[in-house]
Design a protein around this ligand. Structure first.
Ligand SMILES: NC(=O)C1=CN([C@@H]2O[C@H](COP(=O)(O)OP(=O)(O)OC[C@H]3O[C@@H](n4cnc5c(N)ncnc54)[C@H](OP(=O)(O)O)[C@@H]3O)[C@@H](O)[C@H]2O)[C@H](O)CC1
Ligand SMILES: [K+]
Length: 449
């Protein structure tokens, strides 16, 4: 049972291709069932287990696990409505010698294992199946989904049928998009990968802890990275971005706008058209608090023309022409509304849509949300799992933009810089707990850096 950080994310088709490349499918199901049996056995302790089996290979995994756990001394019952249809599942069912109860009348058990549907779900669950799943899940004290909660669409994280909320989902071989994308991801609970000997690769990964450069004896403020934050109508937002850049590790942050006061380490200067003419600037952050008034378009044009690496956020995203050529490395940080404004109606999953947008804009895109997706123009994707719902507050996006500026100025390539900023932002939110404010979040970056 491995945490998912850093794992490749596989779609249904990619998972099938990986399985096929592995040879004997019966051996794979036996391995999957054995891995499930070991994991569920550990989670269950001595409690009784009820396994719900569907007609496909997800159900087949359930029958194999039931057989192996019974042999290991666990109290296991099986419930199913449909006879198995795939050859593998038929064989797995044949080798389960215990009774199979109807779903509708099965009594609950403390440990519920959902092996109804996995990657092969093609339509909503029948009402009676969904009702039985919810009834039995509600009565259980631990709910475990095999591969995926039954009812979610593997490749885009939509929910043709809303499953119960599981405590643990055991992803076979690799996480799938539905383990990360909302609303499905919420229902999966903690996701752990079971290694079943299928090698998996891909260009989309679960965001992993970044390797961040630490200062050394030779370091000085400019070598740690100089970030310029372009201010505008709302000083507070740009100041938050500035503070976040400092807390994320930038050696020198220059705030170009109105306003006075702490922190005293922040260098304040009025905006002027030549304000960015400093070769020591490593990254420019523009958008937080920029506003949409007169002169904001000119500030954005100056930032883009400066040739410095860019983080474009907030109001600047409303002014940006994504198709206009830019020479500088760019990170764009849209939330869903800004993404729709920039790129129109999304096609496919959030992963697909963000990847296409990154190609089109020739920029790294941080498509924010409870399931933040980061994509690079070369097709690489990282998805952030498990961020705090308390991040849904004003100013948290400004903090992310500032952190991204610090990572760029520190010399990280843009895809890695964006991923590092998202990681730090999420980690800072985790240490802040509940009902924190954006200022707390910025301050907490120092604790997780
Ligand atoms: N990852 C691995 O290496 C391994 C994964 N395994 C497991 O296999 C499943 C995928 O198995 P598959 O048989 O492709 O799919 P499912 O078990 O999810 O279900 C497909 C069957 O269910 C029918 N179906 C689909 N949707 C519904 C629905 N809403 N209601 C009723 N029936 C439904 C479908 O029939 P069709 O009519 O759509 O053709 C199929 O009969 C994967 O998730 C893993 O658990 C293997 O063990 C090997 C290793
Ligand atoms: K399942």
């Amino acid at each position: 049972m491995t945490p998912i950080d850093g794992y490749p994310i596989l779609t249904t088709a990619a998972m099938r291709a990986a399985e096929e490349a592995c040879g004997d499918p019966a051996m794979l199901m036996e391995r999957a069932g054995a891995a499930v049996a070991a994991a569920v056995g550990r989670l269950a302790g001595g409690s009784a287990i009820l396994i719900l089996c569907g007609p496909g290979n997800n159900g087949g995994d359930g029958y194999v696990a039931a057989r192996l756990m019974t042999a290991a001394g666990h109290a296991v019952r099986v419930a199913a409505d449909d006879e198995p249809r795939s050859a593998l599942a038929i064989d797995a069912r044949r080798r389960w010698t215990g009774p199979v109860e109807p779903l509708g009348t099965a009594l609950p058990a403390p440990i519920l294992v959902d092996a109804l549907f996995g990657t092969g779900l093609t339509r909503p669950l029948e009402n009676r199946t969904a009702a039985a799943l919810h009834r039995l899940a509600d009565a259980a004290s631990l709910r475990i989904a095999i591969d995926l909660p039954s009812g979610v669409a593997t490749d885009d994280g939509t929910v043709p049928t809303m499953p119960p909320r599981f405590d643990v989902t055991l992803a076979l071989a690799a996480p799938k998009p539905a383990h990360l994308l909302q609303p499905a991801a919420r229902q999966a609970g903690r996701v752990r990968v079971l290694d079943i000997g299928v090698p998996v690769t891909g260009d989309a990964h679960v965001l992993a802890r970044p390797v961040l450069p630490d200062p050394g004896p030779e370091s000085h403020k400019y070598s740690r990275g100089m970030v310029a934050v372009v201010g505008g109508d709302m000083a507070g937002a740009a100041e938050l971005a500035s503070l976040a850049a400092m807390r994320a590790g930038a050696g020198y942050v220059l705030y170009l706008g109105e306003g006075q006061g702490p922190p005293h380490g922040l260098v304040r200067r009025r905006w002027s058209p030549d304000a960015l003419d400093d070769p020591r600037i490593g990254a420019v952050v523009i958008g937080p608090g920029l506003g949409r008034g007169d002169g904001t378009g000119a500030r954005l044009a100056t930032a883009i023309g400066s040739g410095h690496e860019l983080v474009i956020d907030g109001d600047a995203l409303r002014l940006l022409d994504v198709d206009a050529p830019r020479t500088a490395t760019t990170i764009l940080t849209p939330h869903a509304g800004e993404f729709a404004h920039l790129f129109g109606k999304a096609w496919g999953s959030k992963i697909d849509a963000t990847r296409m947008a990154a190609r089109r804009a020739d920029a790294v895109i941080v498509h924010k949300g409870a399931d933040t997706v980061i994509a690079a123009p070369d097709g690489r994707v990282a998805v952030s799992a498990g961020s705090s719902d308390w991040l849904s507050a004003a100013g948290t996006g400004d903090v992310l933009a500032g952190a991204a500026g610090a990572m760029l100025a520190a010399g990280l390539p843009p895809f890695e810089a964006a991923g590092a900023a998202v990681w730090l932002h999420r980690a800072a939110a985790a240490v802040c707990g509940r009902s924190f404010i954006a200022d707390d979040l910025a301050a907490a970056l120092s604790r997780v850096r």
